[in-house]
Write a protein that binds this ligand. Structure first.
Ligand code: 8YV
Length: 327
């Protein structure tokens, strides 16, 4: 008999077909988001699950599903996992690193450009029929090339942004991270390590690429926004909750910073209502990794993790180390 798994959200049909060759698949065809109780129930009898950021895997769910062996997240971030509880329950957690790095870094740059150069704000103006004449300071924005970018979180995606900034746009790159990069990586990214305070005070553009955790919650709040230049822009492609969205909406409304580009929100898909009222913010619905090629690669890697773990006995990209199985 084939092992049973749950595919908790809609995925590419060709990836689903591969999973069906190997597993008995309970597929969430409607793509509705399960409540915690529904997810717990749908996992009954399943040894594996393919999830996205919308499925929370916690101690209560694990306790109700002791047969579960692996949860494969179709995301590089895994703050929807209680990894500690998963490890304690002997459940393998996997994510999808590397395959989305460059695509996500591209999008960070897209948001930076759109934000600094006021792309969506000016497009709304044009679509509203308000464009009647050229004016010397019309939608004048902030310079991107040659300016200083401050990157908070210098993992793979942060480094991708640094390379684009330094090599493509001649930007001065400063960064802040829990740990410093090696001298080789710093040289390759042309990036200089600075304190968070120095970064906030000196960057023309602040880019957030830090994973979400209790420690990174509200990395940018009212106090940090107050430290930034009034001409600065802020881009969040990391996670909702890294920025205090209410404080950001206030800072944008009073011109404490110039503009922001936000792809991830506290409590998404809800968006802080005040953010919707301010014109100087570019808002996108968590699409930084969304190209067909990359989303397919993410789905494939999540599926490959399920197959590698449940059929071959070893996950490809684990995020937790399980104690050795008793022989
Ligand atoms: C995912 C992301 O698409 O990989 C991540 O961490 O934020 C996105 O690329 C999203 O989390 C859905 O799983």
């Amino acid at each position: 008999m084939k092992p049973s798994i749950l595919v908790a959200r809609a995925i590419f049909p060709e990836v689903l077909a591969q999973l069906r060759e190997v597993f008995e698949v309970d597929y969430n065809e409607t793509d509705g988001i399960f409540t915690p109780a529904e997810l717990t129930r749908r996992l009954q009898g399943k040894v594996g699950a393919l999830t996205t950021g919308s499925e929370r895997i916690d101690a209560a769910l694990l306790q109700a599903n002791p047969q579960l062996k692996i949860v494969a997240n179709m995301a590089v971030g895994f703050n929807n996992f209680d990894v500690h509880a998963m490890t304690a329950a002997g459940v393998q957690a996997t994510n999808t690193p590397d395959v989305l790095t460059e695509t996500t870094a591209d999008f960070g740059f897209a948001l930076l450009m759109a934000t600094a150069r006021r792309v969506t704000e000016s497009e709304h103006y044009l679509r509203a029929g308000l464009w009647t004449k050229w004016r010397y300071d019309m939608f004048a924005g902030a310079e991107v090339h040659g300016s200083t970018i401050g990157i908070i979180g210098m993992g793979r995606i942060g480094q991708g942004i640094a390379r684009r900034a330094a090599h493509g746009f001649g930007m001065n790159v400063i960064y802040h991270n829990r740990s410093r990069l090696s001298a080789e990586l710093e040289a390759e990214c042309k990036a200089r390590y600075v304190s968070k305070d120095e970064l906030l005070k000196t960057a023309d553009h602040v880019m957030l690429v830090v994973p979400y955790s209790a420690e990174s919650h509200h990395t940018i709040g009212a106090a940090e926004l107050a430290q930034m230049k009034p001409t600065a822009t802020l881009v969040n492609i990391a996670r909702g909750g890294i920025v205090d969205d209410a404080a950001l909406a206030k800072a944008l409304a009073v011109g404490q910073i110039a503009a922001a580009g936000i792809d991830v929100f506290e409590g998404e898909p809800s968006v802080q209502p005040d953010l919707l009222k301010v014109p100087n913010v570019v808002l996108t619905p968590h699409i930084a990794s969304s190209t067909i090629k990359t989303r397919k690669a993410m789905a494939q890697l999540a599926a490959d993790n399920l197959i590698a773990c449940l059929i071959q006995g070893k996950a490809l990209t684990p995020v937790n180390t399980l104690p050795r199985q008793a022989l």
